[in-house]
Design a protein around this ligand. Structure first.
Ligand SMILES: [Fe+2]
Ligand SMILES: [Fe+2]
Length: 128
């Protein structure tokens, strides 16, 4: 469990740097095709990451009898992340810069809430 948590923490770090890259590309209005490349790999990795958490981490919190309303709230932020990713995917597909910007802001905001919450309020429950 400790090693898995370590891997997930490193992934949070990678996701944050990939998000920064996308943010810079949006600011510089880089072509959609290039933003798409970074986005596609971020999206795949993030979806896989959430699946691992949902199948390994949250059930372990539950097995330890530590699953609370707050933990559930943090887990449900995955739905917001998924929704923002879908909005970004549509915006990129439709080459709609305004929609892309707002979907990106949505994703970025929920990631900024979710990662620290998960790290301090969920991973800490299963790290020992
Ligand atoms: Fe998560
Ligand atoms: Fe995570």
């Amino acid at each position: 469990m400790k090693e898995l948590v370590q891997k997930l923490l490193e992934e949070h770090h990678d996701f944050s740097s990939q998000t920064c890259k996308i943010e810079q590309s949006i600011e510089k209005t880089v072509e959609f095709a290039r933003i798409s490349e970074v986005f596609v790999s971020l999206r795949e990795a993030l979806i896989e990451h959430m699946l691992v958490e949902e199948s390994e981490i949250f059930p372990e919190v539950s097995r330890r009898g530590l699953f609370t309303e707050r933990v559930s709230e943090i887990m449900q932020q995955h739905l917001d992340i998924t929704a923002a990713l879908e909005n970004m995917r549509f915006a990129l597909h439709g080459k709609n810069m305004n929609a892309l910007k707002s979907a990106f802001d949505e994703l970025s905001a929920v990631m900024k809430l979710h990662f620290p919450a998960e790290e301090s309020e969920v991973f800490s429950l299963v790290s020992s």
